[in-house]
Ligand binder design. Structure first.
Ligand code: FAD
Ligand code: NAD
Length: 479
């Protein structure tokens, strides 16, 4: 068994681990970055990038399918599943290669390949070939899909997101379990690419939407587009000669349908269960995830830090990078540990319409804001620019604080939500009041004018702005 002694060991060469490495490297050369599987990151291999590539193809198909309303005839559209998947894989491989190239620029003395697990709070066994003794350790091991037991009855026809992006061709039908972020993005994309899907949920929740008004609107919108059973009671899942037979109860009636395969998109869990984490001498929560401070990423008062999906705090790419930076800085500067700045929470789901959440949600505000909250809203159904481009579905709700007039959060289901979410998050970050935001320039005709309508209503609810009239002369038509 080889032996290594380092100042800092980082477990996991994903986004959080790579950023942590860069930060530690500035302070010490005695660092090792350990990877147990493949270089390339979840984001590039099986996450953000390949999912967006599939969605991009679906958007083109949808645009063509909807072209008739503009008087543009595109009836002879044919979706070539082989080519759709070939582009997804090729572009995905390019993203992976670019990540692998940056990893390969890390000196080989700083890289170690093999699954790491704790022997004690300072020692790791890597791949059964090397024992690493580290003064400080960063856990950045990511997450993996959770598959509820009954779904496993689909046997060889059970797939997760990782498998989808290796498909050679599109299947003809897929039962998508889990109307969370992954299920919605992939389910809608497959449906738009001509795959016969049904999306199954259990609790009526959808995506990351916490605002009930927005959730109900989104649910109805998606249900108009593809079969969606948000509260299905699954009775049986069976591998048959034809594929996977799903029997479920919904609205008191039993239904059944056979699909080519079953996609489990039922949540993800942190990769901390194969680490012998019980040997690390840190306190764990009831799920076995280390307790940690989200500002320092430090586990208790130990020399161990945890960043990215592994801590399950904000399992998103930009958060993994931020957390890698904070954990890396603290592991490098140990025993000096400082709180890193956490940014305004923001998430975007790349469905159509898109879903975005910014800042605090209504439940958090009810607890922390003690009722000092007002809500403004806009429907995109009559919004000028959205109507021009025939994307006039959706709802935006903004939350502000009585007294201070500060913008606190927002939930969006609508066109260009990815862009509106950034404007809103940046405004919250800069502690802008709703009045400050309304003093910003707004072009015409743009979707941001819809945001202005919601902000005006919010200002009025906060008893700051004038009551918005029916017609707004300075807005232009549909503003
Ligand atoms: C389908 C899908 C779509 C997504 N889309 C988006 C999106 O659009 N936008 C967004 O912000 N986020 C998105 N995400 C989430 C985003 O991909 C993750 O939040 C992010 O990649 C997490 O990075 P990480 O560094 O924590 O983990 P990872 O990149 O998974 O890195 C963890 C690494 O640790 C290694 N490892 C694990 N255990 C060990 C061990 N014991 N020893 C050694 N190495 C180990 C793993 O092999 C892996 O390489 C998506 C996720 C999925 C699945
Ligand atoms: N655009 C993005 O930023 C993006 C895209 C994809 C994934 N992600 C990240 O990946 C994480 C994981 O995504 P996810 O969609 O797997 O998890 P999720 O937690 O968002 O959704 C899981 C869904 O599965 C449902 N579910 C659980 N058990 C079920 C069952 N037996 N039958 C039917 N439904 C069931 C849950 O009620 C929930 O709606 C997200 O939280 C997000 O952080 C982000």
């Amino acid at each position: 068994m080889d032996k290594r002694e380092v100042d800092v060991a980082i477990i996991g060469a994903g986004t959080a681990g790579m950023v942590a490495y860069q930060r530690v490297r500035k302070m010490t050369d005695r660092v090792v970055l350990i990877e147990g599987a493949q270089y390339g990151t979840t984001c590039a291999r099986v996450g953000c990038m390949p999912s967006k590539l599939l969605i991009a193809a679906a958007e083109v198909a949808h645009t063509l399918a909807e072209a008739g309303q503009f008087g543009v005839r595109a009836e002879s559209t044919r979706i070539d599943g082989l080519q759709v998947m070939a582009r997804v894989r090729q572009q995905r491989d390019r993203f992976v290669q670019s990540v692998v190239r940056s990893i390969e620029s890390v000196p080989s003395a700083h890289r170690l390949v093999g699954h790491a697990r704790f022997i004690d709070s300072h020692r790791l066994i890597v791949g059964e070939h090397t024992e690493v003794r580290a003064d400080r350790i960063v856990i950045a091991t990511g997450s993996r899909p959770v598959i509820p037991g009954p779904l496993k009855d689909a046997r060889d026809r059970l797939v997760v997101n990782d498998d989808v992006f290796d498909w050679q061709d599109l299947p003809s039908s897929v039962a998508v379990f889990g109307p969370g972020v992954i299920g919605l993005e992939l389910g809608q994309a497959l449906s738009r690419l001509g795959v016969d899907i049904r999306l199954f949920g259990v609790s009526g929740g959808i995506g990351s939407i916490r605002d009930e008004v927005v959730r109900d609107y989104a649910l109805q919108t998606f249900q108009r587009e593809f079969p969606f059973s948000p509260r299905a009671e699954t009775r049986q899942i069976e591998r048959t000669e034809q594929g996977v037979r799903v029997v479920w109860l919904e609205d008191g009636q039993q239904h059944e349908q056979t699909f080519d395969c079953l996609l489990a998109a039922t949540g993800r869990k942190p990769n901390v269960d194969h680490l012998d984490i019980q040997n690390a001498g840190i306190e764990l929560d009831y799920r076995g995830v280390p307790l940690f401070d989200p500002h320092t990423l430090r586990c208790g008062d130990s020399h161990i830090f945890i960043a990215g999906d592994a801590n399950n705090h904000r399992p998103l790419l930009h958060e993994a990078a931020d957390e890698g930076r904070i954990a890396g800085d603290n592991a490098a500067a140990w025993p000096e540990v400082t709180a890193g700045a956490r940014k305004t929470p923001m998430s975007v789901v790349f469905t159509d319409p898109q879903i975005a959440s910014v800042g605090q949600d209504l439940q958090q505000l009810a607890t922390r804001g003690q009722g000092c909250v007002a809500v403004g809203h806009v429907s995109f159904e009559d919004q000028g620019r959205s109507k021009v481009i025939a994307r006039n579905q959706g709802l935006l709700r903004v939350y502000g604080e009585h007294g201070s007039g500060l913008l606190l959060g927002a939930q969006i289901f609508g066109p260009a939500a990815e862009h509106l979410a950034h404007l809103l998050a940046w405004s919250i970050e800069k502690r802008m009041t709703v009045s400050d935001m309304l003093a910003m320039p707004f072009y015409h005709p743009v979707i941001e004018e819809g945001l202005r309508t919601a902000l005006k209503e919010l200002n009025n609810q906060l008893s700051i702005g004038p009551v918005p009239g029916d017609g707004c002369f300075d807005c232009g038509p549909g503003g």
